[in-house]
Design a binder for this molecule. Structure first.
Ligand SMILES: Cc1cc2nc3c(=O)[nH]c(=O)nc-3n(C[C@H](O)[C@H](O)[C@H](O)COP(=O)(O)OP(=O)(O)OC[C@H]3O[C@@H](n4cnc5c(N)ncnc54)[C@H](O)[C@@H]3O)c2cc1C
Length: 583
């Protein structure tokens, strides 16, 4: 069995191996938790159902009334992931993600308000808090007496989180914080802020390290700015958070002085299934709206649902939603089973689900035609609300870099070991020869496509064989591609974003397909091939499309127009615009 501390399905794929035990069977929620989840979902429907008009009004006014926040508190929606010992529901990632899915079916701003609290605002306390810290704040975070916010971004530190300029200087046992955070979700209503600041007296690589602090609104010197006027999720609170000479006691440090960067990344990784769940909820709602619209709207004497181009849109929406739900649920399941190395898988789920939601919102609006463009219909708001997901909690560009570079890091490690072994081989020829031949054998087996150990699935039903072959071939190809990219660019690979983008997209397709494969495999086992006929069709569609995308990305590793595209972009940068006209 895989070691849950270190095993990662995607990293094994990059080495050309399929660790199927990690993803097969498709994870299932514990029965006990299912029951509580059912009750929470019912109360979410009770709270949010039939309030479409209010959500639209709050969107227009860009505000969420205090009375509604109070209702969220009453319904226990701030205690979803807080352990029962501190009064919360104690949901794992799967149940939590499913609740956010349900909320997002009704309104994006509400999902974000609840999600920012649990996914990131108080997650540092959940992950790194001491018993004393938890006992002190968790009961109030559960009831929503304290609402939480996550404060990392600054004007000069967006994607480059390490560029934070907020400082924390020591003063006896206390810290004095100074700086300003921007675009903080829940900023206007939060009382509990997880703030990341530079602590100059702890250095990493010659630079001041980051530390995470709990800052509360009642501390003198804390202030928040006005509600930002946004494109979407307009009713959710987004503000600046300022700290002027804020005295923070030493026991407010979360996870150790100097550990802030790692903590921030861990929080974001751990919370991703919340955002993914929200994206799935958004898609399910849009599919319902589009299907109804397509059946009811008549043109040319027929419902538009009879036209092939409309069928194609709705069919693809369903495949996208099923794939997103599979990958988000798989990641949540891995976390709940105790896997610790899931950062790459979580990043893939975020990129895939948020882009699938964006495609879905665009096509849903298109199916609605002119109505889709009118504010009285829900489509334009859904589209505005969904756009942010590709930007926050790590932009999809940064996450693609992370996905590809983590994968290559592993291959690189092996190449590095190989290089050092070759060097040290003179001193220890026998050891050197052993590793070298092991790696050479592996490369040869990859290159020749020999089916060997862990090159193929053994736990799947025959009905999913065709899709399984796509994963098996893709795994061999991606391992060779990672090796080739690394050999071509060496240490400079970090700056080779056209190449890393392709590798990331291949890995996204491979992992998402693997999760769909595992889910459909379980569906066939549970319901038989006939009962799972629709799901088998979804698998075949996704596998075929993923295979074609992967092939195209692989071909373009060596045969591409990257240099020409860079040339054209650099010209636009130099001229600060477009240089041509036809007159
Ligand atoms: C509504 C909203 C709510 C938010 N909530 C929070 C919150 O609660 N807490 C919080 O801390 N932050 C929050 N943020 C901030 C959000 O996380 C950042 O906007 C995000 O991390 C991107 O940073 P940036 O906007 O500065 O973009 P930039 O980092 O300036 O990026 C601009 C563009 O360049 C790309 N880019 C940057 N670096 C690279 C690179 N190395 N390679 C390739 N492309 C690159 C990006 O992908 C992006 O497309 C929120 C933002 C918004 C809009």
């Amino acid at each position: 069995m895989p070691d849950k501390k270190t095993a990662s399905y995607v990293q094994s794929i990059c080495m050309g191996e399929i660790e199927e035990e990690i993803i097969v069977p498709f994870p299932e929620m514990a029965e006990g938790e299912k029951e509580t989840l059912g009750q929470v979902l019912a109360s979410v429907r009770q709270l949010l159902g039939g309030r479409e008009k209010e959500f639209r009004e709050w969107d227009t006014k860009a505000e969420m009334p205090g009375a509604f926040i109070e209702e969220l508190r009453q319904f226990g929606l701030f205690g979803l992931v807080i352990p029962e010992a501190h009064g919360g529901i104690g949901f794992g990632s799967t149940a939590y993600s499913r609740v956010l899915q349900e909320i997002a079916k009704f309104d994006g701003s509400v999902a974000l308000t609840v999600g920012a609290h649990s996914s990131i605002g108080m997650r540092g306390l959940l992950l790194f808090g001491t018993d004393a810290q938890k006992a002190r704040w968790m009961p109030k975070l559960t009831t929503g007496e304290l609402i939480a916010a996550f404060c990392l971004t600054e004007p000069g530190a967006g994607s480059d989180a390490a560029a934070v300029r907020t400082t924390a200087r020591r003063d006896g046992n206390d810290w004095i914080l100074n700086g300003e955070k921007i675009w903080i979700t829940n900023g206007g209503m939060a009382d509990f802020f997880t703030v990341f600041a530079k602590t100059p007296d702890v250095q990493t690589g010659g630079k001041a390290a980051l530390t995470a602090f709990v800052v509360t609104r009642d501390m003198p010197g804390v202030s928040t700015g006005p509600h930002e006027d946004k494109m979407g999720i307009r009713a959710s609170s987004t503000t600046t958070v300022r700290m002027d000479e804020v005295r923070v006691p030493g026991d407010h440090v979360l996870g150790g002085v100097g550990q802030g960067f790692k903590a921030a990344m861990k929080i974001l990784n751990s919370g991703r299934t919340g955002l993914g769940g929200g994206a799935v909820g958004g898609m399910k709602r849009l599919i319902s709206l589009s299907a109804k619209q397509a059946v009811e709207r008549q043109q040319f004497g027929r419902p538009i649902s009879e036209f092939g181009m409309i069928k194609e849109k709705v069919g693809v929406m369903v495949v996208d939603a099923y794939a997103s739900e599979s990958v988000v649920s798989m990641v949540a399941g891995l976390i709940d089973q105790g896997y610790e190395d899931y950062a790459v898988e979580a990043a893939i789920s975020k990129v895939f689900a948020t882009e699938a939601l964006w495609r879905t919102s665009d096509e849903a609006l298109q199916i609605a035609g002119g109505n889709g463009y009118m504010r009285e219909f829900p489509y334009e708001k859904a589209m505005r609300d969904s756009r942010i997901n590709r930007i926050f909690e790590g932009t999809n560009e940064i996450l693609r870099l992370f996905i590809a570079l983590s994968a290559m890091n592993d291959v690189g490690q092996q190449l590095k070991e190989l290089a050092s072994v070759v060097k040290s081989g003179v001193a220890d020829p026998i050891k050197g020869f052993g590793v070298l031949s092991g790696y050479a054998r592996k490369r040869a087996s990859l290159a020749t496509g020999l089916v060997g150990e862990r090159r193929s699935f053994t736990l799947l039903v025959p009905e999913v064989k065709k899709a399984a072959t796509v994963v098996e071939e893709g795994t061999r190809d991606v391992a060779l591609a990672a090796d080739r990219i690394l050999r071509k660019h060496g240490g400079k690979v970090v700056g080779k974003q056209f190449a890393t983008h392709r590798l990331a997209d291949i890995l996204i397709d491979l992992f998402v397909l693997s999760t769909v494969l595992s889910r459909v495999n379980s569906a066939v086992e549970n319901k038989g091939a006939e009962g799972a006929a629709q799901e088998l069709a979804i698998l075949e569609i996704f596998a075929g499309r993923a295979r074609r995308r992967m092939r195209s990305n692989l071909n373009r590793i060596d045969d591409n127009d990257d240099e020409l595209v860079k040339l054209v972009a650099d010209h636009a940068f130099e001229k600060e615009g477009y240089s041509w006209d036809t007159i």
